[in-house]
Ligand binder design. Structure first.
Ligand SMILES: [Zn+2]
Length: 424
């Protein structure tokens, strides 16, 4: 028997309202007991003054394989996840080629089995993400897809989106579109506002996001199915989703740390390291995203971890790719900018990073009950640290948060009882 005792921590499991000082005994990869005063017959991991939570779950990452291993691989992306306290990641299909066949999904699943996090792939809505023909969603679902998305590209065709939603009802998993009206955002590279005008960079108006969400909520109301809205960044989108939930529509949504921490002002200082899609928005949008997280309109916190090589991000602003890495800063940003100021409770933040995202994607994890697989994160909520991209486990370093002081960090991560990360 292989066992490990996580001793003396504050065990916080929002999935069942558990919040007590206790020991966690792990035997053969599963949680055997959670109680006080378990005798140390095993390897001991001291968790005094730490918080022991279910392994974090990120339902929006880009692992870049197949095809773009110079940015990230499934192995490096999962090491980055482990360093951030994550034990499960849901990866997007905008790889090269895009994940639109059972064979391609199988390749990701096979590599994921050897990685330091559980990998749950999302498959394409349309063949090749071209927006022309629906992919074989039932076959992709059988092959292991947990959701469908053309992330990076919107589904412009209303007819295709309607049919995808119809199928999602039968397949029991969400359609998670990248919400963007290309007619409004074409040629844009950052949020359309005062800063874009001052910098002379073509803008992407807020309506370019909200307008497509409005369409998809209308389709959802007409045909049913399940809709998960990725990376919500504008106030009107939060309002639309809040209203849809009030009317009982089966919609969920997520917010990314950069959208509740930064405004478009960050583009002035950080250039392409503050370029992502949807872009950083106005202060009023940031407030609305935070309010949406607080009242549950936005269900989960997800990173949109989007690694790019340094030379790609060194291109002029209008040619550099969209996206920043996020797995190793998400927890620190959430604790520092939502929990410390009292916007969310610690339990509220952890639920949005564990049991709620698990429920959205219908994947295991997000709990710490006896009998469960031992996916665990040990967090030091008081650890003051500085973001040093050179220390990232990710292959890429594209972050606007270099040098930022943060408070709170995962100091140990366990995947099925195996230590995948431990703070030196
Ligand atoms: Zn997207």
């Amino acid at each position: 028997m292989n066992s490990i005792l996580i001793r003396g921590g504050r065990v916080l499991d929002p999935s069942r309202g558990f919040d007590e000082t206790a020991d966690v005994l792990i035997v053969d990869g599963r949680i055997a007991r959670v109680e006080r005063g378990i005798p140390a017959s095993a390897e001991v991991l001291d968790a005094s003054r730490k918080v022991v939570v279910p392994g974090l779950i990120d339902i929006h990452v880009h692992l870049r394989e197949p095809g773009q291993a110079h940015k990230e691989t499934i192995q490096t992306g999962c090491r980055s996840a482990a360093a951030g306290g994550f034990t499960s990641v849901v990866c997007m299909p905008n790889t090269a080629p895009p994940l639109d066949s059972p064979e391609l999904l199988q390749g990701v699943l096979d590599s994921g089995r050897r990685a330091d996090a559980r990998v749950y792939p999302v498959a394409c809505i349309t063949v090749g993400q071209k927006g022309e023909a629906l992919a074989d969603l039932p076959a992709l679902r059988r092959a292991g897809a947990v959701a469908f998305s053309d992330d990076g590209f919107p589904v412009g065709s209303e007819d295709l989106m309607r049919r995808a939603l119809e199928q999602s009802a039968r397949l029991g998993c969400p359609i998670a579109p990248h919400e963007e009206v290309k007619a409004l955002t074409a040629g844009g590279h950052m949020h359309d506002g005062e800063v874009s005008r001052a910098l002379g960079i073509p803008g992407m108006p807020a309506e370019g996001e909200a307008g497509m969400i409005e369409r998809d909520l209308r389709l959802l109301e007409q045909v049913g199915g399940r809709l998960h809205v990725l990376h919500v960044s504008v106030a009107r989108a939060v309002d639309l989703i809040r209203d849809a939930k009030r009317r009982g529509l089966p919609v969920t949504a997520e917010a990314c740390p950069h959208h509740f921490v930064l405004t478009d002002e960050a583009v002035r200082a950080h250039g392409t390291l503050a370029k992502m899609s949807p872009p950083l928005r106005s202060a009023a949008d940031v407030e609305a995203v935070m309010a949406g997280l607080v009242d549950g309109t936005l269900d989960a916190i997800a990173t949109d971890h989007a690694p790019h090589a340094a030379d790609e991000k060194a291109l002029p602003f209008d040619r550099a790719p969209f996206g920043i890495v996020g797995l190793e800063t998400a927890l620190g940003l959430t604790l520092t900018h939502l929990v410390t100021p009292g916007i969310l409770s610690l339990s509220g933040a952890i639920s949005r990073l564990t049991c709620i995202p698990a429920r959205i994607m219908g994947i295991p994890g997000g709990t710490l009950q006896a009998g469960d697989v031992a996916d665990v994160a040990v967090i030091d909520p008081d650890l003051a640290w500085t973001v040093e991209p050179g220390q990232f486990q990710s292959k890429s370093r594209n972050t606007p948060f270099a040098g930022w002081p943060l408070r709170g960090k995962a100091v140990a991560t366990l995947l099925g009882g195996r230590i995948t990360y431990r703070e030196a």
